[in-house]
Structures are given as structure tokens and as C-alpha cells.
Design a protein around this ligand. Structure first.
Ligand SMILES: Nc1ncnc2c1ncn2[C@@H]1O[C@H](COP(=O)(O)OP(=O)(O)OP(=O)(O)O)[C@@H](O)[C@H]1O
Length: 821
């Protein structure tokens, strides 16, 4: 059935109707129209085959058509039916409609001239891998994988879905089976097939399913870069060189371009700088391409390896990391199950900043503060995974390492050039492509300027946190030091007094030489222990260090304050009122307009003189616009980026030095704390030893008394005659009620009077210390325990009555108790 509307006609098949004006595309074998189902009205695409192909189709076994109809997968185009057009009786393939056109038509847009942006590229990669995997499971070999046979559909969320189509060349292939018929598109053909199909050389060899892997490699490269990987000079017609390039390429090479006639081939193992993929992704997809583009089929990646690698890439976590050393924002791809150490390793590989040198901040915190370093990345807080991280090099080298974008040279139009619509359309297309690339660079340059500044703020806030923490820690450290100092003084004071007692007691023991020897021995050993001044010296050093930390922090805080003032006063970078992005977009749209007009001119082939005049003047205009756009980028945005990089970079350099300073103060604080801990242990040990020796000495004196020896020293009287404070008037409790005191009271010899004086002095000194001890104990309950110990070895007379009572309540052993017991 056929109806006409203007120049176009309505055509229909059994279930579908379409207008010949609604052409979706034209291929070598068919024209594809947008059609509707006759009863449901559902939109679909119909591929109306040319006459000769329809005849071929008639010969295609029904079984194979049925096979294609049965394919149901998200990434494989659904074939609804095979019918015949009512009038011509040519075959019509009704299939799923893809509103986004083909991947080829996308790559043909100037916007994607240098390849797809990262996110879109990944969708293509995941979708074609998924579609291919399904075909593999169905034992189907496609044989014509290329961007033109990958269709794009836009889902309800505006997200692209890519679908494999055009199974004209596809056939079912049993495992290990090979086929000999040749299909495919030259640039995407496996080298062995190319030799057979294009060079027409006879080959005994059959071609297995691996031919799809090569075509996939070329397609992926094309999608990533916008260009074919293997380009002989002169293009498609230079078949021998094409064959030479694809067969002589070394393993790992992913592109080979011949720029001059019979010239050298430029081999590359990496992706071009104009490719929009991030360095981390490039490092993952380059080996995929190299593996697929292996001319030696035995070395070529297998489907399993390809599917597995793409799947693990799909499952990876991504982390946004701004590298302040290069001024570039990177997206890191890392296995979900990996941990932070792996992250550091990857960063080191990509940025050449060793793990120990990496300072990674999330807002104002070091990453180690916001994640569990041993946790799998998938268990990191979502905010960190989706947030922005900043990478600094701790020992920053002051060399400029700013990543500069590569801007291809603007193609030249000369007013003297003869008008060639074909060539002009190509040059305008390329100019438009450069314009799009430049707009992307402008956006990136502005983003990088902002990130540079945000990185500085982040670092400044981080230092603020560090310094506040240190400033809070210093008083604690000082307090701890004071406590240690008191404790040490107490220790030395107590044992000095005890030594004093023993010095007084020793001459009084002369009637009992054995006992005197024992007590003298303990006396000497205690004296030896307390003569070690090392703990005092160490404590002094710690005190000095603590004082230094305080002074150092004051200096640092002043420095930070000054630097902050300086940082606020400078203003670098593109300002909002500069409207850089808008200007760039505007210039680009004008360039695009001319490029589109040139494409139309090319199709027209001839123009009236007026339009030709417009065309000629637009040749100069498009060039001027592009020059303006590139100079906006280079003369403004990149220059500002450079300035930001150097000014902000300088600030970052100063801040990093401050980080090092704060780290040093932190180290000092922790070494003071360590020192105090060690000192505390040391004093504990000395105290324990002295306590035991004092117990032994005390036991000696006790035995001495028990055996009936008297101590003829009137200490009590001596004490009463020389009071200096209310407390000091009192007899020390130990002596007041003990047998020792009563013995002392009965003696009145001249020699004991001298000794009594000496002892009085010591008691006076001891009493003074007892007040300090009391204060200390009242301030700090811990010290009570120390006094407990003092009581245990019989120096309770150094304590005030209250304290003594408190110790006694807690059941402390007393000299008195010991003597009575
Ligand atoms: N399902 C579809 N939905 C929308 N557009 C389509 C669809 N199928 C094909 N097209 C458009 O029609 C064009 C030609 O289709 P197709 O490539 O299948 O034809 P062909 O004759 O097999 O081409 P080739 O020259 O690659 O053999 C495609 O490039 C695409 O733009």
C-alpha cells in the first residue's frame, strides 16, 4: 500500500507503516525509517532492504532469522519481525527504535571529535561488553562490530543505553568452529580477515570468533579518542600500508599513524593527550585495547579475559582526587575490596608521589582520621567516597608541574584558497571540534583554579585543627610534667630524709655492730640509688622541651596569622564577572553554526553567488572565532590557572612547611609524654627498691629495740625546743607514741645533743616537705597512694596528722604497728 505526502510517500508492511521522509539512516544494504505499529501505534525502526539484498535474504535460512528474533538482551537490539514491504515486496526488518542514533553518528559530531567523555565512554564499554557476552552465550559471532552498528537509546533517566545491531553478518558459531565467509568493515577488520577480504589473498586459514575481539579493540579506541587507531597515509585506499601497520605492530602498541607518503609510522603505546579520559582510567583501558589489538591471535585477549576485566572495572569504586602538585583533578578507579595501602600504591604509580610523601585531606582532616585504614574501600563512609579529596606532597618540590592541556593547531583558511565545499566542510568541522575541546579546557581550567583554592582552604583548616589540638595539649603536658616533677621531688625528698634518719641512727647502733653493719649496708644502697640524678636531668630536659613547644607554637601561630593575612589579600583566578565559560560557549556555538552551514553547503554542491559570498566570508570568520576562543583559554583562563598554581601553590608550599612544623611539635609533645612515662616507670622501680631496703633497715632497728638496746637520743626534747610552725611544734606521730620516742626521751648525753640538732634540722626540713606533700595529695588523689607507700616504710612522720590519719584509716602499715607487731 502506498500513499503520498508532498515528495515523500507512505509505505507499509504487514504490521508497520512509515513515511519515506522519516529516514533514520542509510546503509550499504538498506534504508532505515522511523515507523509505527499499525494497531498499537508503537514507534519502531524498519530497515527496508534494497532489492538485491532482499533477494539474498530470501536465501537466508529461516532458522537464522528466527534465531535473531529470539535474541533478548538490554544491549542487543530487539528484532520484532521480518516482513515484506507491500509494494516492492522487499524485506523489511522491524526492530526496536533507538532515538539516540548510532555511536558513529555521535563520534561524527565535532563535540566528540576527540572521543567521548569518561562517563559516556564507560557506558559504551560496559554495554558493548555486556551485549557481546550475551551473543557469546548464544554462540553468535557478530563479524561487523563498529561504532555504526552500536545504537544509542536514551532511557527515562536521560541515561544512554548502547545496543548492538546489524546482524546482517552475524551467524551462529559452535564452540571452536571457524568460518570462512568474509564480512566486516575495513578499518575494523581483523588483520587476517583484512588480508583475505581486502587484499584478496588466498588464505588457508579460517577465522574464529576472535575476529570480533579485534573489531572491538578498534571500536573502543575510536570511542576513546574519536579517531581510528591505524591510519595509513591516504586513508582507506592505502591497503598495503594498512595491512603492514596492523601486522607489524609490536605487542602493546595501540596505534600506528603514517603522516606522510611512505613515511615512518608513528607507533604509540598510550592514548593521545586530547583523549578526555582521566589518567587512572587510561591506565586501565590501554591494556584492554592492547590486548584486543594483538595481531597474533594466539596472544590476543580471550573473550573471558575481556569480559572479566570490564566487569571488574565496572565494579570498581571511584575516588575524586585533586593533585595539587600538578593542578589536576583525577578520578581514581580502585577495587572495592582493596584497602587504603593499595590506594596509596596506585597514587604513587600515577603521580610519582611516594606513599610516605602523600598527604591526603578530606575537608580539614587527614584521610586516616575519616576512614578505617584497614577497611575495604567499599566500607568507607559514602561522603568520603563521593566527596573531593586533596593530595599534597608533604615535602613539596618547588618545581612547576602544572599539567597543560594540548590544543591542536587551528586549521587555516586562506582567502586565496579556492572554494571547495568538501574541504571547507572538513576544515570547519575540525575547527568546531577544536572549539568544543577548548570549551572543555576552559571549564576544566576554571574548575582547577577553584580546586586549587579549595585545596588551600582545606590545608589551612587542617593546620588550624592541628594547631588548636596542640595548643590544647600543651597545658595538659605541662600539668603532667608538674605532677611528675612533684612526684620526683617527693621521692628524692623522702629518701633524703630517710637517709638523714639513718645517718642519725647509725652512730646510736654502735653497741650492736652486726646490726649497725646491716643498717649501714641498706643506708649505702639507698644512698646509691638516690644519688642517681639522671631522672632529674631527664625531667629537666623534658621541661625545657615543653617550654620550647610552647614558644615554638607561639611563633608558628604568629606566622600562620601573617600568612593568612597575605593569602586573603591576593586574588587570582578567573572571576565570576569574567564570564569565561559563557563567553567560550557563545564563541563555540557560533563556530558550530558555521560548521553546520558548511556541511549543508557541501551537500548542496553549488551555491548562488550571494550564498557563496557568505560562505567565503564565513571561512575567515570561523577562523577568527576559533582564535578568539583559544586566546580566551590561553591568554586568560590558563594564564589565571598558572597564576593560581604559582600564587596558591606558594601558599600551599608555606602551609606544608607549617604542617611539618606542627608535626615536629606533635613529635616533641609525644616524646615528652613518652619520656614522662619512662621516667615514671623508672621512679617506680627506684621507689620499689628503696622501699624494700628501707623496710629491711627498719626491721634492723626494730630488732635492735627488741633485743633491749636503747637509743639514747632525746629527740623529742630537741624537737620541742625548736618549733618553727604550729605543725612543726608537734612531735612527729611516729616518734610520739613509739618505743623509739620514749627511748629517745630518756637520754641526755652531749654527743646526742649534737646529733639531736642535726636530726631536728632534718625533721624541720621534712616537715616543710610534708606540707608540700599534703598540698599535692589534696590536689591529686594519686599522690595519696605514694604517701601510703611512705607510711609503709616508716616515714609517716613526714606527713601532717590529717594525712597520717587518712593513711591509717586505709590500713597503712605504720612504724608503730611494725614495732609493736
Ligand atoms: N533501530 C534503529 N533505530 C534508529 N536508527 C537506526 C536503527 N537501525 C539503524 N538505524 C540508522 O540507520 C543507519 C543504517 O543502518 P544500518 O547500519 O543497520 O544499515 P546497513 O545498510 O546495514 O549499514 P552498513 O553500511 O553498516 O551495512 C544507522 O547508521 C542508523 O543511523
Amino acid at each position: 500500500m502506498m500513499t503520498t505526502t508532498s515528495a515523500h510517500i507512505w509505505q507499509s508492511s504487514e504490521k508497520y507503516r512509515w513515511n519515506t521522509g522519516d529516514v533514520l539512516g542509510r546503509g550499504a544494504t538498506a534504508v532505515v525509517y522511523k515507523a509505527r505499529h499499525l494497531t498499537t501505534g508503537e514507534v519502531c525502526a524498519v530497515k527496508l532492504f534494497h532489492d538485491r539484498v532482499s533477494q539474498h535474504y530470501a536465501a537466508v535460512p529461516h532458522r537464522e532469522i528466527e534465531l535473531l528474533q529470539r535474541l533478548k538482551h538490554r544491549n542487543v537490539i530487539s528484532i520484532y519481525n521480518i516482513e515484506r514491504e507491500m509494494t516492492s515486496k522487499n524485506f523489511v526488518l522491524a526492530m526496536e527504535y533507538c532515538d539516540g542514533g548510532s555511536l558513529y553518528s555521535m563520534l561524527d559530531q565535532p563535540k566528540y571529535f576527540y572521543g567521548l567523555p569518561e562517563e559516556e565512554f564507560l557506558i559504551v564499554l560496559y554495554d558493548i561488553a555486556s551485549g557481546m557476552k550475551y551473543l557469546r552465550q548464544q554462540d553468535i559471532i557478530h563479524r561487523d562490530i563498529k561504532p555504526g552498528n552500536i545504537m544509542r537509546k536514551v532511557d527515562e533517566n536521560g541515561r544512554s543505553i548502547y545496543k548492538l545491531t546489524d546482524f546482517g553478518a552475524a551467524r551462529r558459531l559452535e564452540e571452536e568452529e571457524t568460518f570462512t565467509s568474509i564480512y566486516g568493515t575495513e578499518e575494523y577488520l581483523d588483520p587476517n580477515m583484512y588480508e583475505h577480504a581486502v587484499l584478496r589473498r588466498e588464505r588457508s586459514q579460517d577465522f574464529g570468533a576472535v575476529v570480533d575481539l579485534w573489531s572491538l579493540g578498534v571500536t573502543i579506541y575510536h570511542t576513546a579518542t574519536g579517531h581510528l587507531p591505524f591510519q595509513p597515509y591516504g586513508g582507506r585506499k592505502n591497503t598495503e600500508t594498512m595491512y603492514m601497520i596492523t601486522t607489524h605492530k609490536a605487542s602493546g602498541v595501540i596505534s600506528g599513524v603514517q603522516k606522510t607518503e611512505n613515511g615512518e609510522i608513528e607507533w604509540r603505546t598510550d592514548l593521545p593527550r586530547t583523549c578526555l579520559l582521566s589518567p587512572f582510567l587510561k591506565s586501565i583501558v590501554t591494556p584492554i585495547m592492547a590486548g584486543l589489538l594483538e595481531s597474533n591471535t594466539s596472544l590476543r585477549w580471550t573473550f573471558e579475559k575481556f569480559f572479566g576485566t570490564v566487569q571488574s572495572l565496572k565494579e570498581m569504586s571511584t575516588i575524586k582526587l585533586f593533585n595539587c602538585s600538578t593542578g589536576s583533578n583525577n578520578k581514581m578507579y580502585i577495587n572495592k575490596m582493596d584497602r587504603f595501602a593499595k590506594c596509596q600504591e596506585l597514587i604513587a604509580k600515577e603521580t610519582e608521589i611516594a606513599a610516605s610523601e602523600q598527604l591526603i585531606l578530606y575537608h580539614n582532616r587527614e584521610i586516616s582520621e575519616v576512614i578505617d585504614m584497614t577497611a575495604e574501600i567499599q566500607n568507607w563512609p559514602k561522603n568520603v567516597l563521593h566527596g573531593q579529596l586533596y593530595l599534597f606532597q608533604r615535602e613539596r618540590l618547588d618545581q612547576q608541574r602544572l599539567n597543560q592541556p594540548e590544543i591542536p593547531p587551528i586549521p587555516q583558511f586562506f582567502s586565496t584558497d579556492p572554494v571547495s565545499y568538501e574541504k571547507d566542510a572538513y576544515v570547519a568541522h575540525k575547527t568546531s571540534a577544536i572549539a568544543h575541546l577548548t570549551v572543555g579546557y576552559v571549564t576544566l581550567a576554571i574548575q582547577e583554579q577553584e580546586l586549587m583554592q579549595l585545596a588551600e582552604i582545606s590545608l589551612r583548616d587542617y593546620i588550624f585543627r592541628l594547631t588548636s589540638h596542640i595548643n590544647n595539649t600543651i597545658p595538659d603536658m605541662k600539668k603532667l610534667l608538674e605532677e611528675h616533677s612533684k612526684r620526683q621531688n617527693m621521692f628524692y625528698g623522702i629518701y633524703a630524709s630517710f637517709i638523714g634518719y639513718l645517718e642519725v641512727l647509725l652512730p646510736l647502733l654502735r653497741e650492736n655492730p652486726d646490726m649497725a653493719a646491716v643498717v649501714r649496708d641498706r643506708y649505702e644502697r639507698i644512698q646509691f640509688i638516690v644519688s642517681d640524678c639522671n631522672p632529674r636531668e631527664v625531667l629537666k630536659k623534658a621541661e625545657n622541651r615543653s617550654e620550647e613547644c610552647k614558644v615554638y607554637m607561639e611563633v608558628l601561630m604568629n606566622k600562620i596569622y601573617e600568612q593568612e593575612k597575605e593569602a586573603i589579600s591576593h586574588c587570582v583566578g578567573c572571576l565570576e564577572e569574567d564570564n569565561c565559560s559563557q563567553k567560550a560557549e557563545h564563541l563555540c556555538s557560533k563556530i558550530q553554526e558555521i560548521s553546520s552551514a558548511f556541511s549543508k553547503d557541501r551537500k548542496q554542491r553549488t551555491l548562488c553567488p550571494e550564498l557563496e559570498y557568505v560562505h567565503v566570508s564565513d571561512r575567515m570568520r570561523i577562523q577568527d572565532l576559533c582564535v578568539q576562543l583559544v586566546s580566551l583559554l590561553q591568554g586568560h583562563c590558563l594564564r589565571n590557572l598558572m597564576r593560581s598554581y604559582s600564587v596558591v601553590g606558594k601558599q600551599i608550599g608555606l602551609l606544608l612547611k607549617n604542617v611539618q612544623r606542627t608535626k615536629k611539635v606533635e613529635q616533641n609533645i609525644s616524646s615528652v609524654n613518652d619520656c614522662l612515662e619512662k621516667l615514671s616507670n623508672r621512679i617506680d622501680k627506684m621507689d620499689k627498691e628503696c622501699l624494700s631496703l628501707a623496710e629491711q633497715a627498719k626491721e634492723g632497728v626494730r630488732t635492735h629495740i627488741k633485743r633491749g638496746f636503747s637509743l639514747p637520743v632525746p629527740l623529742q626534747v630537741q624537737l620541742r625546743t625548736k618549733p618553727s610552725s604550729p605543725n612543726r611544734q608537734e612531735v612527729p606521730p611516729m616518734l610520739r607514741d613509739s618505743g623509739l620516742a620514749s627511748s629517745m626521751a630518756t637520754s641526755s648525753t652531749a654527743s646526742t645533743s649534737r646529733l639531736g640538732d642535726e636530726l631536728t634540722q632534718r625533721f624541720t626540713k621534712l616537715n616543710t616537705e610534708s606540707f608540700e606533700v599534703k598540698e599535692q595529695v589534696e590536689k591529686n588523689q594519686k599522690s595519696v597512694e605514694e604517701n601510703d607507700r611512705m607510711l609503709k616504710f616508716g616515714v609517716q612522720e613526714t606527713l601532717s596528722p590529717d594525712l597520717f590519719a587518712a593513711s591509717a584509716d586505709r590500713g597503712g602499715a605504720t612504724w608503730e604497728g611494725g614495732a609493736n607487731g
